[in-house]
Design a protein around this ligand. Structure first.
Ligand code: NAD
Length: 483
């Protein structure tokens, strides 16, 4: 049995176990048992973290890029070494199966390495001059300044790792506020950076009341950059706060990803990939496939096979057994949200063909659920479910499928499965989303940008963009000395 760590904040290089506002309970969502307590930050402690990040910024941004790379790369190596323990703590905190937690942790180390390496690669550019009098025009990407990083609980290592490594590689100091559901996982990640040699104050870590913390940090004069991953509603609010101070803002928000399945797709592989991916992390994934648009000729067969596969998924307490495909939802609020969604079904709003119920007993469990024929204006088809629920509707021609896919304000990920090259080209061009994957579901890799459009936010993480988002453009132009 993995021991749950003593949860501490990191403020100005000191590990702090006393919260100025007391403490809060951390709950195992599979058992509803309290597994530990975390300190709740006060405004005074936030001010200390801000002062530390502000003071560390000139030190860290002045550290040679190669040294920043070395420290981030060492942190990645430590994360790999500690992955097994960190993954067990992640499962205790938010319920995902061990294999998924381990893959996320090792994948985060790859992300950190890539973003650290960007510090060595992103040297700016020289622009040819227009007159003999000019000697050089140098365009540089310089670090913006102290960055405030807000991350949710669904990927408690991957999301903080992307933000921390991007910000730190670029030379920004930062304050991380991870989800209160998963504080120890974030702490163990930050420990890797500290043990790798980060200077004091360049990373700070706080938890507590999210609304108080975000408002205090975003409006603080020292803050120059804000990066948030979470719901669209909260993202709009934090974006408005950042805009008031003209602070740069990256928003990675919700999605409601369509999957267009053509008649020419390889049926068996497609349905296996769809049912497998839908219930990963209990559907609590911003790029989770949620609206399955299936060619009418294969619709009935697809629904039946998807439902059959969903009923084979082993749901259980992944902190007690590794033989689990899907764990609990992260907290009681997510179960209530699923029940509420089920209440909106019936008639034209869709028919439950598998699952649809809470699993009784301790823990926040909900059955893998498949809904057939929800109408285009049903709640399921218009609002992000963020849970183990799939809606499946038939389409008659591919243009109709694209029009349904593009009908929402969300635009994070979109997917398609087809055996036709023409169709794949058409779908790749016409699906409106920040990321389109055809014949597979993998949209996240260290080297490629991850981000959305519309109500799914703006700005990208990972890839070169994940580094550049923490920089601003500066021109230095030099003329011959004045005559
Ligand atoms: P929630 O909105 O209460 O919390 C989601 C996350 O946002 C939590 O980590 C929370 O600490 C943080 N948060 C909430 N209010 C905040 C504020 N004012 N300032 C800073 N951070 C704040 O909802 P929930 O039930 O826990 O999660 C479900 C919703 O969150 C879904 O609608 C989903 O879209 C969204 N979500 C999105 C992602 C993503 O990857 N895009 C991840 C997790 C949750």
């Amino acid at each position: 049995m993995t021991a749950y760590p003593n949860v501490k904040m990191l403020i100005g290089g000191e590990w702090v176990s006393e919260g100025g506002e007391g403490s809060f309970a951390v709950i195992n969502p599979a058992t509803e048992a309290e597994i530990g307590r975390a300190p709740k930050v006060s405004k005074d402690q936030l001010d200390a973290a801000l002062a530390a990040a502000d003071a560390a910024f000139p030190v860290w941004s002045g550290t040679p890029a190669i040294e920043r790379f070395r420290i981030i790369s060492r942190a990645a190596a430590l994360l790999r070494e500690r992955a097994e323990t960190i993954a067990r703590v992640m499962t205790l905190e938010m319920g995902k199966p061990h294999g998924q937690a381990l893959a996320e942790t090792v994948g985060a180390a790859d992300l950190m390495e890539f973003l650290g390496e960007e510090a060595k690669r992103q040297g700016g550019r020289l622009v040819p001059v227009r007159s003999h009098n000019l000697l050089e025009q140098r365009v540089m990407q310089v670090p913006i300044g102290p960055a405030m990083l807000f991350t949710p609980w669904n990927f408690p290592i991957n999301l903080p790792a992307k933000k921390l490594a991007g910000a730190l590689a670029a030379g920004c100091s930062c304050i991380l506020k991870p989800a209160e559901t998963t504080p120890a996982t974030a702490q163990m990640l930050v420990e890797c950076f500290i043990d790798a040699g980060m200077p004091s104050g360049a990373i700070n870590l706080v938890y507590g009341d999210p609304a108080m913390i975000s408002e205090h940090l975003i409006t603080a004069p020292a803050t120059r950059k804000v990066s948030f991953t979470g719901s669209t509603a909260v993202g709009k609010h934090l974006g408005a706060l950042a805009a008031q101070g003209l602070k740069r803002f990256t928003a990675e928000l919700g999605g409601h990803a369509p999957v267009v399945i053509g008649e020419s797709a390889d049926f068996d592989r497609t349905v296996a990939a769809c049912a497998g991916t839908k219930f990963r992390n209990a559907g609590q994934v911003c790029v989770s496939p949620t609206r399955f648009l299936v060619a009418r000729g294969i619709y009935d067969k697809f629904v039946a096979e998807f439902a059959r596969r969903s009923q084979e998924i082993k749901v259980g307490d992944a902190s007690a057994s590794d033989d689990v495909d899907m764990g609990p939802l992260a907290h009681a609020g997510r179960v209530a949200a699923m029940q509420d969604l089920m209440g909106s079904l019936g008639g034209e709003h869709g028919e439950i063909v598998a699952g649809g119920s809470v699993i009784e007993g301790p823990g926040h469990f909900f059955q893998p659920t498949v809904i057939a024929n929800p109408s285009a204006d049903s709640r399921l088809m218009t609002q992000e479910p963020f849970g183990p629920v799939a809606g499946i509707v038939p389409y008659d021609d591919i243009e109709d499928a694209v029009s349904i896919a593009n009908s929402l304000r969300y635009g994070l990920a979109a997917y398609a499965f087809t055996g036709s090259l023409d169709e794949s080209h058409y779908l790749g061009n016409s699906l409106r989303a920040g990321m389109v994957a055809i014949n597979h579901f993998a949209v996240g890799s260290p080297e490629t940008p991850f981000g959305g459009t519309g109500d799914s936010g703006f700005g990208s993480e990972s890839g070169s963009e994940g580094y550049l988002g923490y920089t601003e453009t500066k021109l230095v132009t030099v003329a011959k000395s004045a005559p």
